[in-house]
Design a protein around this ligand. Structure first.
Ligand SMILES: Nc1ncnc2c1ncn2[C@@H]1O[C@H](COP(=O)(O)OP(=O)(O)OP(=O)(O)O)[C@@H](O)[C@H]1O
Ligand SMILES: [Mg+2]
Length: 464
């Protein structure tokens, strides 16, 4: 499993290691280059100083070469030595030697430690030459006027020692900073992950039903969107948990009475003295079973409606076509009660966008109510029409209607008017209202203009 902490540690540490190693290599090569050019310049300078000193001696003091360099004395005359190097010799200078050669290959002078053979070939400029166990850097200067050849040399290990010394001086602070940096990075990452760890502990210690949002105050901004999404999920879970609890409680509450009645009627049927009594009990059992089935169906419909979730399976719907379907489904109930069921379809297609199944549930509940609560010989009229921005489904009946002060209450769950003899669970209009909300529609209850009864009008957004 990928770990952000490990990734950060590995990437930061490898970056720092690479940068520091690169810097160390660069420092080493840069110092080497600079030291070489400084020391080479010194060799050139030394060769020129020796040449000028010799020329000066020839011109002003002694007059000719033989007097400066005696045939037996090849060591540098002390006077010349002092002019070139001064009295105080630097410890590196002991490793610098030079020779002065005549044109015909005679060694005229040399420093004491220099060999008696030429330090390098004749050509002017720099060469490296191996003498004994050391490599020497040799600079040759040819004085054509006086027919002299000056050779100044220095051991290469002097340079490499100095390079190492200087490079180490530069790299050492980095080497000391390196473990400190690792330490700081390690603890910074640890500190950065601390709020996350706290959140994990908070979630871990929660009880199953504790679905309150996770505290986001101390959560880092980078993680906040994730926690926000989890909080939304928790809210949805809480809602569905509550819905489930409500469903169970409602089912238990609503089924208790019909089930008790069912049991009573079953006992009556068992102990029936004659067939008529037995038949009455059986009819009542039938009614109880119908009631139970209706309660269960309505409760399931209600619990499946999720107002917090967007509407699914949205399609273009013609309200007139759906109304005709439901009317034909419920027509037999109306016929049974001698109720005149009529339908006025809109001239223009009554189009809206929505979930066909849910709109059918809505229509079924409204038409069912109208038929159920309208007394025999009554009238139920259903119509659809289109207004500027709305497609309207309207249902009117000639039943007892509802008192205006109860228009809002009839949408409450389990609300049923007192003295209501018709069967029902009191959930139909509550379901209707949720479907209305899911479709961003509106519902209006009123009294029909022409007669008593109830008029319910549902206005959907126009789907054209
Ligand atoms: N057309 C109507 N005429 C008169 N009263 C009505 C009409 N429609 C609804 N009501 C009243 O509103 C109450 C709530 O209706 P609702 O449809 O929510 O529940 P229900 O019909 O009792 O039960 P069910 O859940 O089985 O539909 C009804 O009990 C009834 O008293
Ligand atoms: Mg109803």
């Amino acid at each position: 499993m990928p770990s952000i902490r490990r990734f950060l540690l590995v990437s930061l540490l490898s970056t720092i290691t690479c940068v520091l190693t690169g810097a160390a290599i660069y420092t080493y090569y840069d110092v080497t280059k600079k030291i070489n050019s400084i020391f080479d310049a010194q060799l050139i300078e030394a060769a020129h100083v020796i040449r000028h000193t010799v020329e000066h001696s020839i011109a002003h003091h002694i007059g000719n070469l033989d007097e400066i360099f005696s045939p037996t004395q090849t060591y540098l005359p002390p006077k010349l030595w002092n002019i070139i190097y001064g009295d105080d010799l630097h410890h590196y200078d002991t490793r610098r030697v030079f020779q002065i050669w005549s044109e015909d290959g005679e060694l005229l002078a040399k420093t004491e430690s220099a060999p008696s053979f030429p330090l390098a070939k004749d050509s002017e400029g720099f060469t490296n030459s191996q003498m004994g166990k050391y490599t020497w850097r040799v600079y040759t200067l040819i004085d054509k006027e006086h027919h002299l050849r000056f050779q100044v040399a220095q051991r290469n290990d002097v340079r490499s020692n100095l390079v190492q010394h200087l490079a180490l001086g530069n790299i050492l602070p980095d080497l000391l900073i390196y473990p400190l940096t690792i330490f700081i990075i390690f603890f910074s990452i640890r500190a950065a992950f601390k709020p996350l760890k706290r959140t994990v502990t908070e979630v871990k210690n929660r009880a199953l039903e504790h679905l309150q949002p996770i505290n986001t105050i101390e959560v880092p901004v980078e993680v906040k969107p994730l926690i926000d999404e989890i909080n939304l999920l928790l809210a949805r879970l809480d809602e569905s948990y509550a819905r489930e609890k409500r469903f169970t409680a409602d089912a238990a509450h609503e089924l208790r009475t019909p089930l008790a009645a069912l049991k009573t009627q079953a006992q009556v049927a068992t102990n029936a003295h004659d067939k008529a009594e037995y038949q009455i009990a059986l009819n009542k059992i039938n009614q109880c079973v119908d009631r139970c089935a209706r309660v269960v169906t309505q409760l399931l419909t209600l619990s499946n409606l999720r107002p917090d979730e967007p509407l699914k399976e949205v399609q273009t719907i013609d309200l007139s076509k759906l109304a005709i379907e439901i009317i034909s489904e419920l027509a037999s109930d109306a016929v049974h009660k001698h109720i005149t069921l009529s339908f006025d379809a809109s001239n223009t297609p009554a189009i809206t966008q929505g979930n066909a199944t849910l709109i059918q549930v809505l229509m079924r509940n409204l038409i069912d109510n109208a038929i159920r609560y309208t007394p025999e010989q009554g009238k139920v009229n259903i119509s659809t029409h289109v207004e500027a921005k709305q497609t309207i489904f309207c249902i009117e009946d000639t039943g007892p209607g509802v008192a205006p002060e109860l228009y809002d209450r009839i949408f409450d769950r389990f609300y049923r008017e007192l003295g209501n003899k018709a069967q029902g669970s009191g959930l139909g209009l509550s379901i209707v209202q949720q479907i209305v909300e899911l479709h961003s529609a509106t519902i209006k209850v009123s009294k029909p203009n022409q007669h008593s009864g109830l008029k319910i009008q549902v206005s959907f957004p126009n789907g054209n």
